[in-house]
Design a protein around this ligand. Structure first.
Ligand code: LMR
Length: 334
């Protein structure tokens, strides 16, 4: 009798835990380093909503914004180890993974317009770049836009010569290093989460980022000057751990793919407006002056920075740079 009841309760317990197990959702930990109130932050939230709805709760997306889980370099390691499943690092952060070609996006003036950017990210070049991630155990699901970068510092910046000797925070991209050196500045690699404090304490004098990042991290509160240089681009690749992705049930993977397609459209649709709004908010704050270059000054910045495209051919590949530039020519840019 006693044995029977023990067996019975064991059976009941295993049925309960079996049912609980069957219902346990697949968790996608999505880590990123920016505020929720940015193009990337908002697109991540949109993906979560769409993915959870499409899979009827079989998938749960947990978003960890603002480097709450991992900083720049750590998050890529965590993805490869499977500690997180999804990231959207900026394209300037793939070099340390051994995929230097992504730094093509960092080249000064490589995208004369957003249309040229989309021709690259949504065309053959974008596909080829994503394929390079697979041997690293990573799958690329989409490119998310952010915007063109402004420069910030504590002194007015009208001409490239104004950057001389300035200590400027950059992301871990050799192209950005070369870009700052071409201006006579002293580049320093720092994780995004460390930038505000580094600016505040004078560890660095200035930095570059699209206005959405500058504003949401309150960098304008610790920088006296911002110049709208639009000298370079910053965007993202949404990536997943390949083992995790390949191991998903096929129907779930298809639903997530669809959710990602919609989230990508959304990201790209809001990016420009988010950055325009952020720049307006920076101006309104009155905490920093925002300077817009004259055409003559713009020409000086181009003259100083364009040689970086040639200088980086050895690292990124002459053909890749030429092919990206060709997309511009196809769309009517010289
Ligand atoms: C930066 O580190 O400056 C940016 O890449 C942060 C981001 O993800 O937009």
């Amino acid at each position: 009798m006693k044995l029977k009841s023990v067996l019975f309760s064991l059976l009941a317990a295993s049925l309960v835990s079996g049912a609980a197990f069957a219902q346990a959702p697949i968790v996608i930990k999505f880590s990123h380093v920016v505020s929720n109130d940015t193009p990337k932050g908002k697109a991540a939230e949109r993906f979560k909503e769409l993915a959870e709805k499409a899979t009827k709760g079989r998938v749960k997306v947990e978003i960890y914004a603002n480097s709450t889980l991992y900083k720049d370099k750590e998050e890529l390691e965590a993805l490869q180890l499977g500690a997180v499943q999804m990231l959207a690092p900026s394209l300037a952060k793939f070099g340390p993974l051994g995929v230097k070609e992504f730094e093509v996006f960092d080249l000064p003036y490589i995208f004369p317009s957003k249309d040229v950017l989309y021709a690259v990210t949504e065309g053959a070049i974008g596909k080829d770049l994503m394929k390079k991630l697979e041997p690293k155990g990573i799958i690329g699901l989409g490119f998310w836009d952010n915007g063109f970068k402004v420069m910030s510092a504590n002194k007015p910046m009208h001409l490239p010569a104004d950057m001389k000797g300035q200590k400027l925070r950059i992301q871990s991209s050799k192209v950005l290093d070369a870009q700052m050196r071409a201006l006579g500045a002293n580049p320093q690699v720092l994780a995004f989460s460390e930038v505000y404090q580094a600016l505040q304490t004078g560890v660095v004098d200035g930095t570059e980022n699209p206005p959405s990042n500058l504003y949401t991290q309150k960098m304008h509160e610790v920088q006296k000057h911002v110049t709208v240089t639009n000298h370079g681009y910053l965007g993202y690749a949404v990536i997943v751990n390949k083992k995790f992705w390949d191991g998903l049930p096929a129907d779930i993977r298809a639903q997530l793919d669809e959710a990602m397609k919609s989230a990508t459209k959304y990201a790209n649709a809001i990016a420009q407006q988010e950055n325009d709004n952020a720049l307006e908010a920076v101006k309104k704050s009155g905490k920093t002056t925002v300077y817009v270059l004259t055409d003559k000054e713009k020409a000086e910045w181009r003259k100083a920075l364009l040689p970086v495209q040639k200088e980086m051919e050895g690292r990124i590949g002459k053909d890749l740079i030429a092919n990206v530039n060709k997309e511009g020519v196809k769309l009517g840019f010289k």
